[in-house]
Ligand binder design. Structure first.
Ligand code: FCB
Length: 437
């Protein structure tokens, strides 16, 4: 059970749960094209156990049962993502009618159950033919992405409550092109700098394209991380500021102020695409809401031996989840208050929050995690952040990217052999709060 009632969040506060296409859908048989996660996961050494999303939670076939779980949980909304390669197999050009039909069924299924559809256009499954042309390193991606956004708005826009362009641009750019941990697995500063700009340019271009088709509630989802210095030394403080720039300010400054933070730019300027300054107006196209994904903090130390940014993260001493991430609800409160006071007085949603836990249905530690983070949201709201909703990550145990199926984030357990779904104590905690008002 949670310690609060839903009334504490106000009458219009939206509770939802979130997933992403590649992590749950499977269903690769309907004309869907290949994505960078299909090939990345097929390459030895990239994903734990060599796991891939070919079947995942078989949500492609089992979506009615999954929507029933959302409805029975008492959730108001479902944050899902469209698979770009399912809708446009080559990334540009011909549309796959079976893919359109699938999302028609899914969205209509939500509406029939009184669930508000919160859609994300890009949650990391880039069509491979676009990667062949450089993917996020190629400036043309702004137009490829905007054309895809236009299609989504034309086909589904009238039924969507909200649309987010990109999920977690830091991961799309930095984790995938500098740290090499996610597809396409580059470890290259020039690749990263280009992706860091093009992902935002594509966002802004898509915002304009969506609006041109009548979209009214457009946002973006950023993963923000509270950066703290590993010690009180000036050097570690500076390291924390620098990583805050790379992780948080790069995206917040760009979207809300139309600039990149100078301290980060100083480190990567030679690798930035020529003429990016002229595109910052597009990058900062006004949005209607901001989504924030929050999991943990980063503890940063001065590390002059590290290339480019001269910082490294160190292990902290707080209690950790199964992914080794420290549990730090105060970081969520701090970030929400900071974003609200420094960047936007517009609507903010927590679009993802949750933890990986060992495989158990009585997940008391996860219940406590959610409770503490929901309290953090309430405190941020009381301190002036315009909090509009909270989405638990995730509805189901699912394909956790480079960690494969080993890390379980679900409110509902998935038996990957039988595809049986079993609600956990954390699901029942939400159900209790949401059904009891
Ligand atoms: C976020 C991703 C989501 C999931 C969670 C645990 O970074 O958006 O797909 O992997 O982390």
């Amino acid at each position: 059970m949670f310690s609060m009632t839903r009334d504490a969040f106000g009458p219009d506060f939206v509770f939802g749960t979130a997933t992403a296409s590649y992590q749950i859908e499977g269903g690769q048989t309907d004309g869907r094209g290949i994505s960078i996660w299909d090939t990345f996961s097929a390459t030895p050494g990239n994903v734990r156990g060599g796991d891939n999303g070919a079947t995942a939670c078989d949500h492609y076939n089992r979506w009615p049962e999954d929507l029933d779980l959302i409805e029975r949980g008492g959730f108001d909304a479902y944050r899902f993502s469209f698979a770009w390669p399912r809708l446009i197999p080559a990334g540009v050009g011909a549309v796959n009618q079976s893919g359109i039909d699938f999302y028609d069924r899914l969205i209509d299924g939500m509406l029939e159950r009184g669930i508000q559809p919160f859609a994300t256009l890009y949650h990391w499954d880039l069509p491979s033919p676009l990667q062949d042309k450089g993917g996020w390193m190629n400036p043309d991606i702004a137009h490829w992405f905007a054309d895809y956004a236009t299609l989504v708005q034309q086909k589904f826009g009238d039924r969507l409550q909200a649309v987010a362009t990109i999920n977690e641009p830091w991961c799309v750019a930095f984790l995938s092109h500098f740290l090499g941990i996610h597809a396409p697995g580059y470890r290259d500063i020039r690749a990263a700098a280009r992706a860091m700009h093009h992902v935002l340019l594509a966002h802004g271009t898509a915002v304009k394209a969506l609006r041109a088709e009548g979209a009214k509630n457009v946002g973006i989802v950023l993963n923000l991380q509270k950066c703290e210095p590993a010690s009180d030394s000036d050097a570690d403080r500076a390291a924390s500021d620098m990583f805050d720039g790379v992780f948080n300010r790069w995206y917040l400054d760009a979207i809300f102020r139309g600039i990149y933070p100078q301290d980060v730019l100083d480190r990567i300027a030679p690798h930035m695409p020529k003429g990016f300054e002229a595109e910052m107006g597009t990058v900062s196209a006004p949005i209607d809401w901001l989504g924030i994904n929050y999991y943990t903090r980063s503890l940063m130390a001065h590390a002059p031996e590290e290339p480019v940014f001269g910082v490294r993260s160190v292990e902290g001493g707080l209690e950790k989840t199964e992914t080794g991430w420290e549990i730090y609800p105060k970081g969520l409160e701090d970030l929400l208050v900071r974003v609200a006071s420094e960047y936007t007085n517009g609507p903010i949603y927590v679009t993802e929050n949750g933890m990986a836990e060992i495989d158990e249905v009585e997940d008391a530690r996860r219940v406590a995690y959610y409770d503490a983070h929901l309290q953090a949201v309430m405190r941020a709201k009381a301190r002036g952040a315009d909090m509009r909703g909270y989405f638990a990550w995730s509805l189901l145990d699912n394909y956790e990217w480079a960690e494969g199926y080993a890390k379980r984030f679900g409110l509902v357990r998935v038996d990957y052999k039988t595809q049986e779904r079993t609600p956990k104590a954390s699901y029942r905690a939400f159900q209790g709060m949401l059904h009891n008002g």
